[in-house]
Design a protein around this ligand. Structure first.
Ligand SMILES: N#Cc1c(N)n[nH]c1-c1ccc2c(Cl)cn(Cc3cccnc3)c2c1
Length: 245
């Protein structure tokens, strides 16, 4: 996968060089590049913002630097999808992360201030698919944190990145039977810690009993914390018995 990120804070993306994503980059599984938008701002002060037409608080990101940046990064006719974080975007979900993981090339536009001049998105839509996406119902100061979240959620789904292909498939919101159950508790050594034992079933070696216990814990946790997700799952009689306890 090819990733391009445009931002006025390139240092925000130093985390892309660590952990699993860093290894994926070193292996060449992910070809990621971070671009400083100010490289396409040509005045002495590298200005990227100006006052909003119609008045109002704050500043708006000028269209010219963005237009030149996207022209330079995405040549006409190439196959990039532009993803623009915005508080008013469609929700970023595990399903969307899965769709993005199948894309050959994602370009992320990180805005700041009160947002990017709307004509930038309009112009980009004339030559590439554009998604305006929000990572949640809270307010950030810009798009960088959202892009870090989306890049992590997407690249961990790429083959070989996790190093354990099965774990992405077992995610709380991965497609499949447990597609919307919250993760249950996990344990590791020691078997007893501060007088707190690991649930014996997990050391029984009975894989059927372990799977049932894990699903029951996921059902109980989901019913307690996100009851609205229960209906999104295909429940069997054993599940319904657990939830009725
Ligand atoms: N994704 C997402 C997301 C989220 N979930 N919260 N905030 C954002 C987000 C994304 C992009 C920008 C850009 Cl560009 C500027 N701001 C600051 C701002 C704050 C309030 C109103 N207008 C602009 C952004 C906030």
């Amino acid at each position: 996968m090819k990733l391009d990120i445009v931002t006025i804070f390139p240092d925000y993306f130093a985390p892309l060089d660590v952990s699993l994503l860093g290894k994926a980059r070193q292996r060449g599984d992910v070809d990621a590049h971070v671009h400083d938008l100010r490289g396409w701002a040509h005045d002495r002060h590298r200005t990227v913002d100006d006052t909003p037409y119609g008045g109002g608080p704050g500043m708006v990101m000028k269209p010219e630097p963005w237009g030149e940046a996207l022209d330079a990064i995405v040549p006409p006719g190439s196959s990039a999808r532009l993803v623009v974080p915005t508080p008013s975007g469609r929700p970023f979900t595990q399903e969307l992360a899965g769709a993005y993981a199948a894309e050959p090339w994602l370009v992320f536009a990180c805005g700041r201030y009160e947002g990017i001049d709307a004509r930038v998105i309009e112009d980009a839509r004339s030559r590439m698919p554009v998604d305006e996406v929000s990572i949640g119902d809270y307010v950030l100061a810009g798009g960088e944190s959202a892009v870090l979240v989306m890049v992590e959620a997407v690249t961990r789904l790429l083959p070989g990145v996790l190093g354990n292909a099965g774990s992405a498939a077992d995610d709380s919101f991965a497609p499949g039977r447990m597609e919307a159950l919250l993760e249950g508790p996990v344990y590791t050594k020691p078997p007893d810690w501060r007088g707190r034992p690991v649930p014996p079933v997990l050391m029984s070696g009975n894989h059927g009993a372990i799977a049932r216990w894990r699903r029951d814990e996921a059902l109980r946790r989901t019913a307690a914390i996100r009851p609205e997700l229960i209906a999104r799952n295909a429940l069997d009689d054993a599940d319904r018995r657990t939830l009725s306890e």
